[in-house]
Ligand binder design. Structure first.
Ligand SMILES: *Cc1c(COP(=O)(O)O)cnc(C)c1O
Length: 321
């Protein structure tokens, strides 16, 4: 039997302000409320629980972002040590936050690739090490799929579209799998990215994995240079419409959510919100990619810990809003 999950069942709200914008009922799945501030604990919690059952004893992760926080939180909850390797570019408050979560934090190298290399080497020397990839692992996707199975229980109706953002594609894989489980395989997904972090869009257009030369978007959590292979495969098995917006739209999404629901999220999550607030759904309807009449839409509010009011105001100014 599987142990009790480490994520919580988050609220699903009917958003009256968003419903007004779209012209149908919009439901928001508030995964910003997860204990690690994002949906990541769903997949990473599940991945770690399974690995521990198989004899794993020491969690290793090379992310100073939400994956690192989820890994540190899961490790503390289960009573195992966590080592998080982060590059020198990681802000001090992130390292402090990870230490507060009980993790050993090692600062190594200039960029993420250096930190990741070091983490891999470290793992070789640690008995029972569990290396956590932020988006490319089947157990991770299985855990992420609960965001949909929960929503299906909470929604009064089957949605006509599901809106979600894409970084490395882990969440997208989980969403597709969850939708399969609850009988939503015919429901289109709107997969949102920002310009400069659009590795999924590039892959879908090319029909093969594409590695971006650099991440130039403010939505750092969407900044995977290459998406996971499974997410590209799913683009051929499930109706998924890939949409790229400007950082400005994503930041605007964050600001609107804050005013409409008093919820503060990362710019990465703002990309999904732009699906609603920047009229993306209406455009897709005009293109015949969504039904001409929408009755209800589900938006995954993925959350994120890398945001403060101060930072959001800086982003706001930098995009000219
Ligand atoms: C990880 C993360 C994403 C991207 O998820 P992927 O599984 O990499 O596609 C988006 N938003 C937030 C807040 C995240 O933590």
């Amino acid at each position: 039997m599987m142990a009790k999950p480490l994520h919580i069942c988050t609220p699903l709200l009917e958003s009256v302000p968003m419903s007004k914008v779209v012209g149908c009922k919009v439901f928001i799945k508030c995964d910003n409320m997860q204990p690690s501030a994002s949906f990541k604990i769903r997949g990473i919690g599940h991945r770690i629980q399974k690995a521990v059952q198989m004899g794993g004893k020491h969690i290793i992760c090379s992310s100073g972002g939400n994956a690192g926080f989820a890994a540190a939180y899961a490790a503390r909850q289960l009573g195992y040590p966590a080592t998080i390797v982060i590059p020198e570019s990681t802000p001090d408050f992130v390292a402090a936050g990870l230490r507060d979560e009980g993790a050993e934090v090692i600062v190594h190298g200039k960029v993420w690739d250096n930190a990741n290399e070091y983490a891999m080497k470290l793992a070789e020397d640690i008995d029972g090490s569990i290396v956590i990839h932020p988006f490319d692992h089947p157990d991770l996707w299985e855990g992420h799929s609960t965001v949909i199975s929960e929503s299906a229980n909470q929604m009064p109706v089957k949605p006509d579209a599901v809106v979600v953002c894409v970084g490395g594609g882990g969440l997208l894989c989980g969403v597709v799998q969850g939708m399969k489980k609850v009988g939503w395989s015919d429901v289109p997904i709107v997969a949102m990215e920002t310009k400069g972090a659009d590795s999924y869009n590039a892959a879908v257009l090319a029909g093969e994995l594409v590695t971006l030369p650099d991440i130039t978007s403010r939505a750092k959590c969407l900044g995977a240079l290459t998406v996971c292979k499974r997410s590209l495969e799913y683009s051929k098995e499930h109706p998924i419409h890939s949409v790229v917006v400007d950082d400005r739209d994503a930041v605007n999404g964050c600001l609107r959510l804050l005013d409409d629901h008093r919820i503060l999220v990362e710019v990465a999550c703002g990309a999904a919100l732009a699906g609603v607030y920047s009229n993306i759904l209406k455009d897709l309807q005009k293109e015949g990619k969504l039904p001409p009449e929408l009755k209800s839409v589900l938006v995954i509010v993925c959350g994120g810990s890398g945001i403060t009011l101060q930072k959001l105001m800086e982003y706001k100014a930098s995009v000219g809003l």
